[in-house]
Design a protein. Sequence first.
Length: 96
Amino acid sequence: MGILSIKIRIGDRDYPMKVDENEEEVLRTAGRLLNETLKAFKDQYQIEDRQDLLAMVAFDSLVQKIKKENATAVAEQQLTDKLSYLNSLISKSISS
């Protein structure tokens, strides 16, 4: 895999980057989604200042990330509990 020189536009600025070929699509998708979110926040909250928009989007992104991490932790704990229960049932049936 080679290194590519790309530009990602965020807001009204281009950001040059050197990335692995296999990361290009993810970075372009992230840039597109970021711009869509910036536009949505601008329209919804009538915010014109780019720095305020970026701060709001960054904050919202972290809130969403934390919520997903918490949901994942809860799901993992539930799975662990169920596996422990099944393991105890199997152990009981084997020892009987």
